[in-house]
Design a protein around this ligand. Structure first.
Ligand code: PLP
Length: 388
């Protein structure tokens, strides 16, 4: 048996030079919505793009290999990916979700609960007592998001997966913040890995997409069937672009992470910063778990400004290089204010419970020069100081 390829090689080379028609080195894009039958009652390898498409399959195959899964479904957004996993839960089944998950996931979970499709409990999954109490209610699914958005809380995937399996639950991990370059949840016991491919996997902020990778072949088949039934499969053009972005995943994330480490260090020592949330800092509560289950700390971080909402306004309006925008994981650096942007829909009380304050800012650190990024942040701090 050939030796399994290193993930670096899979990302760069999966599907390269496999075109039989013209020997194109880069896999060609198939935009066609439909494929001709070979004859009466004789379909070819492909029939209709909602069901399957060669360009989308190439991306799915690469993602499944990178995450170590049996198969993957490529869908039209990260939210669709979360929803596809929720749709696997039988009516009324209990979902245990993190109390500080991405705001869109929170809204989706609450909406599905309100319509009676699932039962739901949000817990702080770092709180062993709370988690055990939730698992004692025999959930159908445990959803994990680590590091969490935006507080960068880290939970132990292997420990939670082991406990959840004993309780009879399936385990899904949203791996958007790290990507398979830095964390591989299936190897830690997850049944499903969820991605917003909009973020690091595509990496260029020009596609909205998602993916679900299943550990077991039966789950992969069930998901492929469901995404076809509801028609949430991703567009071939988006799949082509995402695979193009994915080729440089490891190189991008390595450089972006190096910038994030410098920024975390800079912020940690700044008098106008109350606290920095970055799993690469030894002071981070999840540092030890992150070291054990992650291959790096990633390029996302958040921090609390020492100041009121006017200080936040002054900072985000004066900051340079970072763009005030939602999303993350692109080559360019972004800053977001979760309370008024990504997590606004969560509501004041849920944000309070999760610990998302009005002075929290989230950074997606890009590939710009470290010196320019630090100077860009300093411009924001200077604006706060000048106000006083
Ligand atoms: N999961 C996480 C952790 C996210 O941060 C996001 C979006 O920010 C999503 C899922 C949803 O992805 P999309 O915006 O592609 O629907």
């Amino acid at each position: 048996m050939p030796k399994p390829k290193d993930p670096h090689t899979i990302a760069v080379a999966n599907g390269i030079a496999t075109d039989k028609t013209f020997r194109a080195v880069t896999p060609p894009i198939y935009l066609s919505s439909t494929f001709a039958f070979d004859g009466y009652e004789k379909s070819g390898a492909y029939e209709y793009t909602r069901t399957a498409n060669p360009s989308r399959d190439m991306l799915a195959d690469t993602l499944a290999k990178l995450e170590g899964g049996a198969g993957a479904a490529v869908v039209c957004s990260g939210m669709a990916a979360v929803d596809v996993v929720l749709a696997q839960v039988s009516k009324g089944g209990l979902v245990v979700a993190p109390h500080d998950c991405y705001g869109g996931t929170y809204r989706l979970l609450e909406t599905r609960q309100r319509s009676g499709q699932i039962d739901l409990v949000f817990v702080d999954q770092g709180d062993k007592t709370a988690l055990s109490a939730a698992l004692a209610r025999s959930p159908a699914l445990v959803l994990i998001e680590t590091p969490s958005n935006p507080l960068m809380r880290v939970v132990d995937i292997k420990a939670i997966a082991t406990q959840a399996k004993k309780a009879g639950a399936k385990v899904a991990v949203d791996n958007t913040f790290l990507s398979p370059a830095l964390q591989r949840p299936i190897a830690l016991g997850a049944d499903f890995v969820i991605h917003s491919t909009t973020k690091y996997l595509n990496g260029h902020s020009d596609v909205v997409g998602g993916a679900v990778i299943a550990a077991a072949a039966a789950d992969a088949e069930a998901i492929a069937e469901w995404v076809n039934i509801v028609g949430v499969t991703g567009a071939p053009f988006d799949a082509y672009l995402t695979l193009r972005g994915l080729r440089t995943l490891f190189a991008r994330i390595e450089r972006q992470q190096a910038n994030a480490v410098s920024i975390a260090d800079f912020l940690q020592n700044h008098k106008l910063v109350r606290v920095v949330h970055y799993p690469g800092l030894p002071s981070h509560p999840g540092y030890a778990i992150a070291r054990a289950q992650q291959a790096g700390s990633g390029a996302m971080l958040s921090f609390e400004l020492a100041g009121d909402t006017e200080a936040v306004r002054a900072f985000v309006e004066a900051i340079e290089v970072f763009t005030l925008a939602e999303s993350l994981g692109g080559v360019e650096s972004l800053i977001a204010h979760p309370a008024t942007m990504t997590h606004a829909k969560m509501g004041v009380e849920a944000r309070r419970v999760a610990g998302i304050s009005d002075s929290l800012l989230r950074l997606s650190v890009g590939l710009e020069a470290e010196s320019d990024l630090l100077a860009g942040l300093e411009a924001g701090f200077t604006a706060i100081s000048n106000r006083r």
